[in-house]
Design a protein around this ligand. Structure first.
Ligand code: DQA
Length: 151
């Protein structure tokens, strides 16, 4: 089937240590790998008529640069900043410049964990948040974004 090139584009950003999903503390983060999550996101994107690009980095500056490329190229961003959630004003500032729906996602319920995880540098600038649904949360977030972009 011919690809719909007019599809809205979603940028999915995964922060540090998420490249090790599946091996990393599976009792906390589950057994699903990052490749598995990305494959499911792209497949669900096709069904929702969205084009999904995924990006992972362990480096704050690389994430900032990727976010800076979003205007004009993407229609929405889904981000799990991982540990940078709790520390990065640079990622917050980069996201603040975007004029598009932003979804913050966490595999775990960060409020059920250590107190240093209860602070998110981006919670007050994102459009919506999903936390505690494990890898399934990524699909919920994508569905939410699709809804936002169609209305
Ligand atoms: C996380 C929660 C963060 O506190 C942690 O540093 C992560 C993953 C989550 O998805 O639950 O790396 O963002």
């Amino acid at each position: 089937m011919e690809k719909n090139t007019n599809r809205k584009k979603i940028l999915v950003i995964h922060g540090p240590n998420l490249n090790l999903l599946g091996k990393r503390e599976p009792d906390i983060y589950g057994h699903q790998t990052l490749d598995g999550i990305n494959t499911k996101l792209k497949a669900r994107g096709e069904e929702l008529d969205l084009s999904v690009e995924t990006f992972q980095s362990n480096h704050e500056g690389d994430i900032v640069e990727k976010i800076q490329q979003a205007p004009g190229s993407f229609h929405g961003v889904l981000i799990n900043p991982a540990a940078f959630t709790h520390t990065s004003i640079a990622i917050r500032d980069a996201l603040s410049m975007l004029n598009m729906p932003l979804i913050e996602i966490h595999l775990t319920n960060i409020y059920k964990r250590e107190t240093f995880r209860h602070v998110s540098m981006i919670s007050d600038i994102v459009t919506g948040r999903i936390s505690g649904f494990g890898h399934h949360g990524y699909l919920l977030a994508l569905e939410g974004l699709a809804q936002m972009l169609s209305s």
